[in-house]
Design a protein around this ligand. Structure first.
Ligand SMILES: [Zn+2]
Length: 371
């Protein structure tokens, strides 16, 4: 294992933050895989998964079974991890300016397209190398002005050359699920199966510019923009939602690390026979069809349905109970599908998100992700 430490610019004189990456296998070996945990710093399932993943990768390295290169960032957000407010971890938004740590990443396609215009040829390998370099140049030219921006730039720089990028998150309460590009869904289907994922939500553009979209989206868009030249889809990225925030323990951490190692074996990143891909009941649906369940009024939340359950249109998902009158408002599903996530708070105000269903009937547009 080789460790690199990246210093972040200080927020104030005397303060210091750093980002640690642990690498396995030879630099430059392929396939290259980048895994980061807990970009939303209060989502700890990814962090404990990373601990067990590191143990496994160290053993694989000792056994000389690392074929490609794996770069692991076990704490992707040291800034957010230090944000404790009145005893509560606040890891989703930067307290200084309200920025979501997993939104508003750069859309690289226009800049990369300008850099490669007129330079693509008939050889897909040469085109891949040209585009990779243009992506690296485009990231290098990015000059963020804030500390959070500097963190985002380092993370993007570390991940951008990888063939496969796994961003480990979790929901408030949730079943295992994935977000990825439509063209990457097949690549990550084995990962979803090994993890026991219940749903994969796909979008070319989710509207929020999350971290994972930085990497696979340009290749898809460049292929469409330059149809006369072979452009491979050379980077596939995925956001892995490792259940809910409270689902942190050795049992799930070990199981999730084993699933990732099985996927790495399947992809030829590490040696040894990959286990057979389990048959799982999981849907692949457009993110545009994911149904957000919204509270119509304030009140106590009493759920009828557990995360991961299949629901039908019209099913009661939750009661919203007025604590003074006792009046009950029932929140029902509009679509058939999997209830893949739900909120952790048991008192809601009107308009708050209560849960999400991976359905098939809706066709939303605009900003498709949660705030
Ligand atoms: Zn997250």
């Amino acid at each position: 294992m080789f460790t690199t430490i990246h210093q972040l610019p200080p927020l104030a004189p005397g303060s210091a933050h750093s980002l640690v990456m642990q690498s396995f296998g030879e630099e430059g070996a392929r396939p290259e895989v980048y895994v980061q945990a807990s970009l939303h710093a209060d989502e700890i399932p990814g962090m404990i998964c990373a601990v067990h993943l590191r143990e496994r990768l160290l053993a694989l390295e000792d056994a000389r079974l690392v074929i490609g290169r794996i770069n692991l960032v076990p704490v992707a957000n040291p800034l957010g991890l230090g944000q404790i407010v009145f005893g509560h971890a606040m890891g989703r938004f930067a307290l200084g300016d309200g920025v979501n740590f997993n939104r508003d990443y750069p859309h690289l396609t226009p800049g990369v397209a300008a850099r490669i215009d007129g330079r693509l040829g008939a050889d897909p390998h040469a085109n891949k190398a040209l585009i990779r370099q243009a992506i690296a140049d485009e990231i290098e030219a990015w000059t963020p002005s804030t500390q959070v921006g500097a963190l985002k730039k380092i993370l993007v720089s570390l991940a951008s050359g990888a063939d496969l990028i796994l961003d480990l998150h979790c929901d408030s309460e949730g079943a295992m699920h994935l977000y990825t590009q439509p063209t990457s869904a097949d690549v990550f289907a084995p990962l979803g199966a090994f993890l026991g994922s219940r749903a994969t939500l796909t979008a070319v553009e989710s509207g929020g510019d999350p971290f994972d979209e930085v990497f696979s989206r340009p290749w898809v868009e460049l292929r469409a923009r330059f149809p006369d030249h072979p452009v491979p889809l050379a980077s596939h990225s995925v956001t892995v939602e490792l259940r809910g925030q409270a689902d942190v323990g050795h049992t799930t951490g070990r199981a999730d690390a084993d699933a990732i190692v099985a996927f790495l074996r399947h992809c030829g990143v590490v040696g040894g026979a990959a286990p057979p891909i389990p048959a799982v009941e999981a849907s692949v649906t457009p993110l545009a069809s994911a149904e957000p369940l919204t509270a119509p009024s304030s009140g106590i939340v009493a759920f009828h349905v557990e995360p991961g359950a299949m629901v039908k249109a019209g099913d009661a998902i939750a009661d919203i109970i007025d604590p003074i009158s006792g009046a009950v408002t029932v929140v029902t599903a509009q679509s058939d599908g999997v209830l893949f996530a739900r909120g952790a708070n048991r008192f809601t105000s009107a308009g708050k998100r209560l849960g999400k269903i991976a359905g098939t009937t809706l066709n939303r547009s605009g900003r498709l992700l949660s705030l």
